[in-house]
Design a binder for this molecule. Structure first.
Ligand code: APR
Length: 251
């Protein structure tokens, strides 16, 4: 008798071909092995910093300098980080499957740097700034503490980080596309997210209810773990392992 593969059940692998529709939803955990702190958990950023003072429109109105300092601090960490084997494995999956997409909650840009192009970025991009008056988006180059806050090159108004803050709506086009992908997936991978922040956290359930096989990669439990095939490993090991199993299944 053939041994069951380590990560993906054979019952799923035996049905895949290059047209299988695969979507990966990623969260901060996929970038943890690149040295970027996650938000929740024992060393999470929200254990040390107060989200409501740094990641809300009210916080920006009250004290935009502090908010910019917070994003400069995070840009500094992210700017020194590189994509890890999990990011690279997802970029390889995009080459294997015609219908492979990533939906990410991360703002670090590491999927793109790894070479992924079919990407939905739900929570914005830390390397962009947006004019609070006109909405113009420009590249936001790495800065340092004490730098003046960026002003709009066309109208001179204050720029804000192009990030979706708590209490704000997600970009409608990216969200609509994510719902469509969730409803139309054969396999839905959930990698490195606590599955607590909505609307992103609703996507795996939408996929599952529409008939997708749900695969979770997370060393810890999440609200999804009970219904998903839960791979209790770090993304940097498990995602390259999944890639290899997909490759062998395609033959
Ligand atoms: N591999 C896989 N998963 C990991 C790893 C790893 N190496 N390390 C940690 N994790 C898991 C944790 O167990 C946790 O469940 O990643 C998850 C990270 O959860 P959060 O910190 O809550 O990050 P995320 O789910 O992306 O947060 C959603 O919250 O504050 C906001 O806007 C922010 O986009 C973010 C959103």
């Amino acid at each position: 008798m053939k041994a069951e593969p380590k990560y993906i059940p054979q019952s799923i692998l035996s049905h895949i071909d290059k047209d299988t529709r695969i979507t990966a939803l990623t969260g901060a955990g996929i970038s943890a092995e690149s040295g970027i702190p996650t938000f929740r958990g024992k060393d999470g950023l929200w254990k040390k910093f107060r989200a409501e003072e740094l990641a809300t429109p009210e916080a920006f109105r009250k004290d935009h300098r502090t908010v910019w300092e917070w994003y400069r601090f995070r840009q500094d960490i992210i700017g020194k980080a590189s994509p890890n084997p999990a990011h690279h494995a997802l970029a390889e999956m995009e080459k294997l499957f015609c219908n492979f997409h990533i939906i990410t909650q991360n703002v670090d840009g590491l999927h793109r740097r790894a070479g992924s192009s079919r990407l939905c970025c739900l929570h914005g991009d830390i390397w962009e700034a947006r004019c609070i008056r006109e909405g113009t988006v420009t590249a936001c180059l790495p800065g340092k503490d004490g730098d003046p806050v960026p002003l709009c090159p066309s109208c001179g108004a204050l720029m804000r980080p192009n990030i979706v803050w708590f209490g704000e709506a997600l970009p409608a086009d990216e969200l609509e596309k994510s719902y469509r992908l969730a409803r139309g997936s054969d396999i839905f991978l959930v990698i490195g997210t606590s599955s607590l922040v909505y609307p992103a956290a609703a996507l795996p359930m939408i996929a599952y209810q529409a008939g997708a096989a749900l695969i979770e990669v997370n060393p810890d439990e999440s609200p999804l773990s009970e219904i998903a095939v839960h791979i209790k490993e770090k993304a940097g090991t498990a995602v390259p392992g999944i890639l290899e199993e997909f490759r062998s299944a395609l033959g």
